[in-house]
Ligand binder design. Structure first.
Ligand SMILES: C[S@@+](CC[C@H](N)C(=O)[O-])C[C@H]1O[C@@H](n2cnc3c(N)ncnc32)[C@H](O)[C@@H]1O
Length: 188
């Protein structure tokens, strides 16, 4: 099974109808669609991307699937996540997904980078509700990808014992595999 499918299978167990979720790197909207399907029409999804081209592609992807979930499309960097999510929802978000790297078949120079990713991850920690999941898929095969994956793992290891951290690195693959860093905010 592909790692992206494994990630969805895992997150699906936590998300329920009516939950709030954030896609921090919308791209073509595969994770946005998945989150919207999990939280349903009573839920809410916020979708960030620095490229309008990505948000437009993701919107049409969700339309094709007749999604009823309210989605707020945010054409700004996820490093502004804290300011962009209504204060009333801070501490109430059940799942936040990051799929780092660049938009497939687009300008590869527009990619996530460690400084802004770490700012967004710190914001995510305070937006998450207890029991919520922060999932980061880090691709290591492109320029800067390995450094970003390492920066995320170093950051994850600085979290206190209020969090469970799991790092999955697929073995026996010829290519630079994506790595999955999954963080759960423990119940208080
Ligand atoms: C690997 S793609 C995401 C793929 C996506 N999850 C999907 O299902 O298609 C990474 C995306 O992150 C976006 N991105 C880069 N820097 C960003 C930032 N600072 N904030 C939000 N999105 C960013 C890129 O424009 C790109 O669309």
């Amino acid at each position: 099974m592909r790692l992206t499918e494994q990630v969805h299978q895992y997150i699906e167990k936590f998300l329920q109808s009516g939950d709030i979720a954030i896609d921090a790197t919308t791209g073509n909207g595969h994770d946005t669609l998945f989150l919207a399907q999990c939280v349903g029409g009573m839920g809410k999804v916020f979708a960030f991307d620095v490229q309008q081209q990505a948000l437009t592609s993701a919107q049409s992807h969700l339309q094709k699937h007749h999604i009823q979930t309210p989605v707020t499309w945010i054409n700004t960097g996820h490093e502004l996540m804290l300011e962009s999510i209504p204060l009333a929802l801070h501490g109430k978000v059940k799942a936040i997904t990051f799929n780092l790297g660049y938009l497939p078949n687009a300008d590869k120079r527009i990619t996530t980078c460690p400084a802004t990713t770490l700012t967004a991850l710190n914001a995510s920690i305070s937006l998450l509700k207890y029991g919520g999941i922060l999932s980061i898929l880090a691709y290591t095969g492109h320029d800067g990808g390995r450094e970003e994956a390492e920066a995320v793992k170093v950051w994850a290891n600085t979290l206190n014992d209020g969090f469970d951290i799991n790092i999955t690195i697929p073995q026996n693959t010829k290519f630079s595999p994506p790595e999955w860093i999954c963080i759960r905010k423990k119940r208080s």
